[in-house]
Design a protein around this ligand. Structure first.
Ligand code: DX5
Ligand code: ZN
Length: 222
């Protein structure tokens, strides 16, 4: 089942509760929260205190995407704040196995994220540990960037590996998911679609979430 995860990076930060409620009415089933530290990526966003506040205004799962150095140090704080899914970058984790164990130990669903230049084969051994694999289809740091075409091959490869290995992890895609790209993304095998600009960019999150999800479901024959 294809799901839409509105990314609040492109929302109006002064009205997050309203923006999230609108995206939920439009069919969003988890909220994607981008955490950036100005080191791993060239931008700074939000951390556990904001997640804690979001926890009070929505019952949807909070999908926190850590784009930070030394993510292990912050895993307990995100659990405490109420994050449900927590993903760390392959490129930021020299001890990825330990990071994923730590996330699960804190009661959250572990995810691993791959930058555009990182090959899917590198995470083969830890696939049984993850709830989701997040394929970055832009270089992380900013919303509203153009979808990188070869990400489709990575999604296909990952879907193939999932079948071959008999696993059930979800395939999440983040970056440039929009009306003109969503059909190919879904047909390649993605089932969790993150969208920031396409949902919040035009100021009509409810309608834009609804029509993007409808296009995704149509492409998936759901
Ligand atoms: C980028 C973030 C994304 C971002 C996607 O580093 O990880 O979640 O919000 O934005 P769009 O959907 O606008 O490409
Ligand atoms: Zn993200």
């Amino acid at each position: 089942m294809v799901e839409l995860l509105p990314s609040i990076l492109s929302a109006d930060f002064a009205h997050l509760a309203d923006q999230i409620a609108a995206a939920e009415r439009g069919g969003g089933t988890a909220i994607h929260v981008d955490v950036m530290d100005g080191h791993f990526v060239p931008n700074i966003t939000i951390g556990p205190p904001v997640v804690k506040c979001l926890r009070r205004v929505t019952s949807l799962p909070l999908d926190c995407h850590l784009m930070i150095e030394n993510p292990n140090e912050y895993i307990p704080a995100f659990a405490e704040a109420g994050a449900n899914w927590l993903s760390v970058h392959y490129e930021a984790c020299p001890h990825l196995h330990r990071s994923l164990q730590l996330i699960a130990h804190h009661g959250m669903k572990p995810g691993v994220v791959l930058n555009p230049a990182t090959r899917v084969e590198l995470i083969l051994d830890i696939l049984p540990m993850v709830h989701h694999v997040l394929i970055m289809s832009v270089n992380p740091g900013f919303g509203g960037q153009e979808f990188i075409g070869f990400s489709l091959d990575k999604i296909r490869r990952l879907a193939e590996l999932r079948r071959e290995l008999g696993l059930a992890f979800r395939i999440e895609v983040d970056g440039g998911v929009a009306h003109d790209t969503v059909a190919q993304i879904v047909q390649a095998g993605a089932d969790l679609l993150v969208a920031g600009n396409a949902v919040f960019g035009a100021g009509c999150p409810e309608q834009d979430a609804r029509s993007l999800l409808a296009a995704a479901r149509k492409a998936a024959n759901e």
